[in-house]
Write a protein that binds this ligand. Sequence first.
Ligand SMILES: [Zn+2]
Length: 629
Amino acid sequence: MKMFSFLITAVLTFIFSTQLYSQKVYETRDEIPAEYKWNLNDIYKNWDEWEAGLQKLQKITDEIVGYQGKLKESPDNLLKVEKLIDDWKILAYKVYTFALLTRDSDTRNQEMNAKLQQAQIMFSKFNTTTSWINPEMLQIPWETMKKWLEDSAFKPYRFGIEDLYRQQAHVLDESKETLLSYFARFNQAPRDIYTNLSTADVDFPTITLSNGDKIQVTNGNYSRVLATNYNQEDRKNTFEAHYGVYKANENTYAAIYNAVCQKDWSEAQARNYKSCLEAQLDGNNIPVAVYENLVNTVKANTEPLKKYNILRKKILGLKEYHSYDGSIPLTDFNKTYPYEEAKKWVLASVKPLGKDYQSKMENALKGGWIDVFENKGKTSGAYSAGVYGVHPYMLMNYNETLDNVFTLGHELGHTMHTLLSDENQPFATSDYTIFVAEVASTFNEDLLLDYLLTQTKDPKERINLLQQAIRGITGTFYFQTLLADFELQVHKLVEEGKPVTAEVLNKIMDDLFTTYYGDTYSKDEILDRVWARIPHIYRTPFYVFQYATCFASSAKLHNDVTTGSEADREAARERYLNLLKSGGSDYPMEELKKAGVDLTKPETVNAVINQLDKLVTQLDEEINKLDKQ
Ligand SMILES: [Zn+2]
């Protein structure tokens, strides 16, 4: 993930790590050699420098406020404010990241938590004291602004300002905006209720497994049993007990989800959008056709998914194959992957991206950029965080599993994207959207898989590698698209004024399961409540489809860069590197189009479907080799 804490939860929900051994956790950071820790001196030498940075932020804020009421006087004033905002943000990144990384390396440190809060308070103060800027800028007529923007000094700010005017089309007059603002807090209520019902107030039952162990079927235990327990009866009981909680509260969950959709529809209508979907996609200027193309194309191409289920059923030797059988590993393969080896592989895998890319990655791996190992108190998971003008930093909790080798490749994809964007863009357009962010990381995972498959002849290891890649596609690409389809169907019902009840929601889910999986899963009626246990659709409607479009984009790009004539591959590589270098200088759809990815076309989505088909065929071949051994 790239500082999207949200994405990692999604990944953990659907993709399970099957190797649960872990390597040692260091007691203190002093025991860890310097080359495996990040060197924060690249940002600040000491806390005095940090303190001085924090104070300078206040000075810049004061300077910006000095321009209040003067923006329309001259383009010079506007330009000065834009530059001051850049200065402020560049500095803020340094101040914030320095405190954040120090805190994350030992979250028990109260002093660091306080410093981080100091930085956060500074941010919210900045937001409040500069909230006049956009409305004041928008008072300048577009015709005037267009002339001002012709001056090349405005080049870095052109895209941001044009986008501000574009979005203005759905901003209402002042009295209406004020009226709407009274409902802002109230509109958060459905998701707050969902969070409380599904976390604080949820009470999962305790069951007894076949070995006599008693477990409470929490999210964590549920995932663990499904991914590690070879007794089908145990998986069944865990699944049914876990889902039973959602079934018992299904009418309440349905009422909450209905409220979420009603809120979306009232907001969309208030702002003159034709549909909830159009309103949600407008922020990034994404055409509705992208979303519709995704759900329609995936729905029409579920053969590889079915083929995979049939293969798993055969390999696992199950009489009946259920959804709760989908995570159990196909082989008992447990190998450790030392960090120094993983580094070499990841580096070798990006060869198709050229010498320059490779040598930049080598530099990122040299030491000081990545905090590799786990120590007591360190924050969990993995991320990449950019610091403009310095370099990106990465957090890992490397534990020698195959999963972690891919996490290293994934995060390095983000790091390289940030690096190339920062080198080629002025600060104002260096930040890219999630729409392209996860393309860079998934692309590198694809390359890593290619490379590792060339390195090993051991069928068991190859099966493990293929499983890793397939889980990504079935869990992220297919399942998130299924959810995206569900969200769209329910919102449409609300737009048409039709009732939304638990029964209606279960029916939609049931039909989707039938379309996606056919009869390759034995029916479990209780599974239809899956909509009740996915927080994303309540918290951020129409968001999960981006996971799938990122997969599709990177599959298409990966295909372009690695297949065809040398000249074609060369050209595709240049287009891809230009995508990374373009940062946030245009709308994500435009950036992707320039790289050769048109998400309104079925062929783009088909790239990942074909990829799955190929992987399942390969898996079948490896399994056959194993049988002959
Ligand atoms: Zn990521």
